[in-house]
Design a protein around this ligand. Structure first.
Ligand code: ASP
Length: 441
């Protein structure tokens, strides 16, 4: 029988009511055999995630203060869920041990990991599934690097005779026995690893939105859900600021060709977004563009010098200066006698004067200036490949909205068109491109 791995985020497990929805979803499909839970998240907008409460216990303990009050609140969250679910379970033994370890300063990652650990025990009990501690099967080396092969082997061995399993997300153990977490949101990564290990036919990632949206819903009202997106497109959109899934959650399933389905716990009938490999993705979803994303906070170093294009090593000298100043650039659009380096303003902060004077000294430009408050916007879509007129439509939309384009870049893969515009035009630019492609198609 094929199996599915289902990961539930913090908002999906924030209280007993959410636990019930999760159990209904799992019980509705017998293939949903492997469950990866997060720690309880926010129940309302100014609520505090259990993970954050645990981090603050760690901070308190590290600075020699009492954790009692804060730890009491954490116990209340879990005991509340247990009593509302009406299950026979006491976590007293676990609470005592955790409190002892927190006081004994067992480490920041240890503290944070207990959120998933305790939630996993409750969920396993409620579902009647086997609980497998992530510290038994998810491994990091002594430098903290995740060990994929050892982990896959350990998961396969540990679950080989088990029917239905709960493995808490977010953490694992180093070879020297210390608990270590992935970065924030890392339960997504655990889900992906488990999916790879058990050769799942699909990795369902259940959250509180009905999938990846074509554009940021804070900018575009009622933005449509992307039905299918390829891993590559997802990478482009995530890099440009669209977030639903932890970036590292892609690699374990991608090589194994396991699709990820983003689903909504609060609307299980919605199909969500399917993240697939490039080959599968080509046939489905024939819209020209898949998504639009962007970020503010860039600047451009504009350089002009007569006969620049004939001077061998010109660009190298500039790149050397960036390298020496530990600066990474985003784009380098260039003309015959001009070139621009686009990079994040934050990275240039405190270095601007030095970098500019080094460029002046090294290449003696005719003109050199730094322009701030630039936004970059990426229009991403595998449907653009060899489709005529996509760029024309992007520029027409921007021109109708009277938006000035400062920079244009299109990768050779024809998967995206990136434009640089003024920050004040950012929201309008996203809306007009959305209307041009999504509303019109
Ligand atoms: N609970 C962790 C966090 O808040 C990990 C996760 O939810 O994926 O970041």
């Amino acid at each position: 029988m094929s199996v599915k791995v289902v990961k539930f985020g913090g908002s999906s497990l924030a209280d007993a009511n959410q636990f019930r929805k999760v159990a209904d979803i799992i019980k509705a499909d017998p293939e949903r055999k492997f469950v990866v839970p997060s720690a309880p998240g926010k129940r309302y907008s100014d609520d505090i995630k259990v993970t954050d409460m645990l981090y603050s216990c760690y901070e308190l303990s590290a600075s020699g203060k009492s954790i009692s009050e804060q730890f009491e609140k954490i116990k209340e969250r879990y005991n509340g869920i247990i009593s509302d679910l009406g299950i026979e379970l006491s976590l007293q033994k676990e609470f005592d041990e955790i409190e002892y370890c927190l006081k004994a300063k067992s480490g920041r990652d240890y503290a944070a990991s207990r959120g998933e650990y305790l939630n996993g025990i409750i969920l396993a009990n409620y579902l009647g599934f086997e609980f497998v501690d992530a510290a038994e099967v998810i491994f990091f080396d002594d430098n903290g690097a995740f060990m994929l092969d050892k982990t896959i082997e350990a998961i396969r061995e540990r679950v080989k005779d088990l029917e239905n399993v709960v493995i808490p997300g977010f953490y694992g153990i180093t070879l020297n026995g210390t608990i270590k977490t992935f970065s924030r949101g890392g339960s997504d990564v655990t889900g992906s690893i488990v999916a790879r290990a058990v050769r799942a036919k699909i990795y369902e990632n259940w959250t509180d939105v009905s999938g990846f949206l074509v554009a940021d819903p804070r900018i575009v009202d009622n933005a449509k859900v992307i039905k299918t997106i390829t891993y590559k497109e997802l990478r482009e959109l995530s890099y440009m600021g669209a977030t639903v899934l932890h970036e590292d959650a892609i690699f374990p399933v991608r090589t194994a060709g396991i699709p990820i389905n983003i689903r909504n716990t609060n609307d299980p009938s919605a199909e969500g977004t399917m993240i697939v490999s490039e080959e599968t993705g080509e046939e489905i979803n024939k819209t020209t563009i898949t998504g639009i994303a962007g970020k503010k906070g860039f600047c451009a170093i504009n350089i002009e010098k007569a006969m620049m294009n004939g001077e061998i090593g010109f660009v190298k000298k500039i790149l050397d200066i960036l390298y020496k100043n530990n600066l990474s650039f985003e784009h380098i659009p260039s003309g015959i006698d001009t070139m621009t380096i686009v990079l994040s303003s934050a990275s240039l902060e405190g270095k601007e004067e030095a970098v500019i004077s080094q460029i002046r000294k090294e290449i003696q430009p005719d003109h050199l200036e730094v322009e701030h408050n630039i936004a970059l916007l990426a229009v991403v879509g595998r449907g653009m490949y060899k489709t005529r007129g996509t760029a024309a439509r992007v520029f027409a939309a921007l021109s109708h909205a009277r938006i000035n384009i400062k920079m244009i870049d299109q990768g050779s893969s024809e998967l995206n068109i990136i434009v640089g515009i003024g920050e004040s035009d950012f929201e309008d630019a996203i809306r007009c491109i959305y209307n041009m492609f999504i509303e019109a198609e």
